[in-house]
Design a protein around this ligand. Structure first.
Ligand code: SAM
Length: 255
């Protein structure tokens, strides 16, 4: 199915060939799938994730965000919403010292939830759950058992192919994540969430600016240039009393 070009026998006469995996088109596979597979196999972050034992290239997004903003500190209590397959959890476990690897530092906790089933991650408490279900809020708060220092959400609904619908879906997910964060974040805490560029998030930004000391909108280097995703990193939570009414317009998805 795949063939690796090698720097061995050089028959092209053009110097050393690059080590690029090419994927042959196969019967029954669409060209778009072939191109996706080829991009995956040649993506430096995918290759690095495999080498470094991360479950996916997404791990580098939270690594890069944390390198810049420093919210995953030893002892922190972290909630990871939409955590499958688990890259962000893996990073958080290490950085908050959830396994107590560093006996001189405080031990943190990592709670991850996702719609999909996730293979266990040492140091993290993982649950399969639809975060938009009626019982989700109470369940996650029960599992958390108190306050959190970081609420992070990489939740993304499966693409419908309709840009407007996809945008509203991601807004609904962020709204739920943010409402949860307002309830559980410790003062001084951090909220990190994936957003898609597209406009309707202005009210959320205004609310975030009121309720957090610093709000940054960033696209980490590992986020694909052709993706409209970016991340909001809100730090220094001022407390729930800063929440004024509904921060996002309520709109129905239209399939
Ligand atoms: C981009 S992936 C997350 C990758 C993850 N950060 C990692 O490092 O492996 C987005 C995840 O959001 C999850 N998701 C989408 N809607 C959800 C919902 N309503 N409740 C829980 N998880 C959801 C999806 O199942 C998917 O696994």
């Amino acid at each position: 199915m795949t063939e690796k070009t090698t720097s061995g026998k050089n028959t092209s006469g053009r110097g050393q060939r690059e080590l690029r995996v090419r994927v042959k088109t196969a019967k029954g596979r669409k060209l778009s799938s072939t191109l996706w597979l080829e991009r995956q196999l040649n993506d430096p972050y995918v290759i690095r994730a495999k080498k470094e034992g991360y479950r996916g290239r997404a791990a580098y997004k939270i690594l890069e965000l944390d390198d810049k903003y420093g919210f995953l500190v030893p002892g922190a209590r972290v909630v990871d919403l939409g955590c499958a397959p688990g890259g962000w959890c893996q990073v958080a476990v290490k950085r908050v010292n959830a396994l107590g690897d560093n006996p001189k530092k405080p031990v943190g906790t990592v709670l991850g939830i996702d719609l999909q089933e996730i293979e266990g991650i040492a140091g993290a408490q993982i649950h399969q759950l639809d975060f938009l279900s009626d019982e989700a809020d109470a369940l996650v708060k029960g599992w958390l058992g108190g306050k959190a220092d970081v609420v992070m959400s990489d939740m993304a609904a499966a693409a419908s192919g309709h840009k407007g619908t996809d945008h509203l879906r991601i807004i609904a997910l962020i709204e739920a994540a943010l409402a949860f964060a307002f309830d559980v974040l410790e003062e001084g805490g951090t909220f990190v969430a994936k957003v898609l560029a597209g406009g309707a998030e202005n009210e959320m930004q205004a609310q975030l600016k009121k309720s957090f000391k610093k709000v940054a909108n960033v696209k980490p280097p590992s986020s694909r240039a052709d993706s409209s995703e970016k991340f909001v990193v809100a730090q220094g939570f001022r407390g729930k009393s800063t929440l004024s009414g509904s921060f996002l317009p309520v709109e129905d998805d239209q399939d």
